[in-house]
Design a protein around this ligand. Structure first.
Ligand SMILES: Nc1ncnc2c1ncn2[C@@H]1O[C@H](COP(=O)(O)OP(=O)(O)O)[C@@H](O)[C@H]1O
Ligand SMILES: [Mg+2]
Length: 253
């Protein structure tokens, strides 16, 4: 996926201000940045949320123009978003939702068999230490914060996207849940899979080793590096970045 000079506005206010990023198959990228810098706005715009107006730039996925696609077409093209605040959908069970999502990416007549689906679901729920009865509960309804996050990762593992955007998948997780989520992401690693991890904190990156770390401030990527960049942010916060760049933007901690 190649993002070129992307600009996104919400209600007429520009939030993402010319962002460039290329994620190749096999790569895990992390975007870190203070609250309110537009990380979730970027994620929503990439997936095609109608509230977020793309006012400039381009997004290309394997030669296809992503910005020209509807949300479902983006999913069919292999994109996946694990949301910072997953929606609760009453009346749709987790298992039914997953099966529909998997089948929507397959040709008619090529649907996953029920047996294969159940076997795979059991295996992935085992990896993520999700109790089996959760498969039959309504999607995210009454799930704890941590259960919702695990469930997002379960969706990713079952749907097998080519590019996954994980927005604050670590927020609200205790250390055990964090390790489980990391295990799920690490299992996905292969040459056909690219991942964008959006996070406020470095600690998830102790368990998922990113190939590249980017710092986002005021709607742009202002610095890129390897995993050592995340460690420096953890130790020293974001102030040195602003000083290095001579920025005067006010950011919430
Ligand atoms: N739906 C929305 N309506 C109005 N303003 C929004 C909306 N979503 C985000 N914003 C504003 O856009 C800015 C960036 O928010 P966000 O993308 O959530 O940042 P981050 O994820 O980096 O914390 C904030 O000032 C926020 O208030
Ligand atoms: Mg956010």
């Amino acid at each position: 996926m190649k993002i070129d000079d992307l600009r996104v506005s919400i209600e007429g206010k520009e939030i993402v201000k010319g962002l460039n990023l290329e994620i190749k198959g096999g790569e895990i990228h992390a975007i870190m940045g203070p609250n309110g810098t537009g990380k979730s706005t970027l994620a929503s715009a990439l997936m095609g949320h109608p509230l977020y107006e793309v006012t400039g730039g381009s997004v290309d996925l394997n030669g296809e123009d992503v910005l020209d696609m509807e949300v479902d077409e983006r999913a069919q093209a292999g994109m996946f978003l694990a949301m910072q605040y997953p929606a609760e959908i009453s009346g749709v069970t987790n298992a039914d939702f997953l099966r529909s999502a998997i089948n929507s990416r397959r040709e008619e007549g090529q649907e996953i068999s029920l047996m294969k689906f159940i076997r795979e679901l059991d295996a992935k729920m085992g990896v993520l230490e999700i109790p089996s009865e959760m498969a039959h509960r309504y999607l995210n309804e009454g799930f704890s914060g941590g259960e919702k996050k695990r469930n997002e990762i379960l969706q990713m593992m079952m749907i097998k996207p080519n590019i996954a955007i994980l927005d604050e998948i670590d927020s609200g997780l205790d250390i055990d849940a964090l390790k489980v989520v990391a295990k799920g992401v690490n299992e996905m690693r292969n040459e056909e899979f690219g991942c964008l991890i959006i996070t406020h904190y470095q600690r998830l990156l102790n368990y998922i080793e990113p190939d590249f770390v980017h710092i986002m401030m005021d709607g742009k990527i202002v610095m890129s590096g390897g995993k050592e960049l995340a460690q420096r942010l953890e130790a020293e916060g974001y102030d040195w970045v602003k000083q290095d760049l001579g920025m005067t933007v006010d950011t919430e901690a």
